[in-house]
Design a protein around this ligand. Structure first.
Ligand SMILES: Cc1ncc(C[n+]2csc(CCOP(=O)(O)OP(=O)(O)O)c2C)c(N)n1
Ligand SMILES: [Mg+2]
Length: 283
């Protein structure tokens, strides 16, 4: 069981990441709300509890790494990085502007705390496998967390990287598949059925657990479980909701990229932000 105080801190961090993601995307006028919000609780557990890092020294060689292979969820990652002090929160208001340090998709040359440039789906899986290999060759205990979208699994490159991770038992690469059941223009089931991802990953050689994407304690426990495995690759299937945590976005059919151009969207967003402000424990 997680301490009450820790859980409350993580809830607060999640509320902050969710709020900042929505505000940053709204300021740009449109953006990837659905896939950003589905990983908010995961990011809160990673940056609020599980990951080892030093925001004042983002290049610290003993840090854990994160590869956000579904790079279009960059706004959520930036909101998490700002919340824990990698850079000034004011940067979030420059999302995707000309000359920004926070481009819509992550760029490792621009943003403190970003270890891999992503956005072209599939590619982050190989980058993470490479980082995990490098860490093992250097006898480091650091972890690399690899976040992949369920629609992203349409990319064959993912399966090549997974087979490699499984063969070399690279258990310090913790693979998390964000199973929010939707991709760009529909459900994964109707576009290219992924079938049962837990069975599939097990068949691929991974020790696999499935957890609810909004359950902070369960996510934390799943990561602990992964860390206890030492002779097999590891995978968490995150049973999440696209647009997670804001009913209006969860229920919106086309919630991959949302335009903030109608009074209804603006009003509903204001309501959601007001509700999020009531969450205790925010930094
Ligand atoms: C190689 C490549 N093809 C297409 C795209 C355009 N694209 C961006 S997001 C996306 C859908 C991804 O779906 P999923 O992985 O399920 O993301 P999520 O539901 O988490 O937003 C697509 C097709 C891309 N970024 N890269
Ligand atoms: Mg998806």
């Amino acid at each position: 069981m997680m301490k009450k105080e820790t859980l409350s801190q993580l809830k607060g961090l999640a509320a902050e990441i969710r709020t900042e993601s929505i505000e940053a995307i709204r300021k740009v006028g449109s953006g990837h709300i659905g896939g950003s919000l589905s990983i908010v609780e995961l990011l809160a557990v990673l940056y609020g509890k599980q990951m080892t890092y030093d925001p004042r020294n983002p290049e610290w060689e003993d840090r854990d790494r994160l590869v956000l292979s579904k790079g279009h969820a960059g706004p959520a990652w930036y909101s998490a990085l700002a919340a824990v002090g990698f850079f000034d929160k004011a940067w979030l208001g420059t999302l995707n502007e000309g000359g920004t340090r926070l481009p819509s998709h992550p760029d490792r040359t621009k943003t403190p705390g970003v270890d891999a440039t992503t956005g072209s789906l599939g590619q982050g899986t190989s980058v993470a496998a490479g980082i995990a290999t490098g860490l093992r060759m250097q006898n480091k205990d650091s972890y690399v967390y690899l976040i992949v979208g369920d629609g992203e699994l349409n990319e064959g490159q993912c399966w090549e990287a997974f087979q490699y991770l499984a063969h070399f038992k690279l258990n310090h690469c913790i693979l998390i598949i964000d199973e929010n059941k939707k991709q760009l223009d529909g459900t994964t089931k109707e576009i290219l059925n992924p079938f049962d991802l837990v069975e599939k990953m097990r068949a691929f050689g991974f020790a696999t657990v499935k957890v609810k994407g909004d359950d902070l304690e369960a996510i934390d426990q799943a990561i602990e479980q992964c860390k206890a495995v030492n002779d097999q690759a590891v995978c968490i299937v995150l049973d999440s909701i696209k647009g997670q945590g804001v009913t209006f976005f969860e229920e919106m059919e086309a919630n991959h990229s949302v335009k903030f151009n109608s009074p209804e969207v603006q009003e509903e967003t204001d309501k959601a932000l007001a509700e999020l402000r009531t969450v205790k424990g925010r930094g």
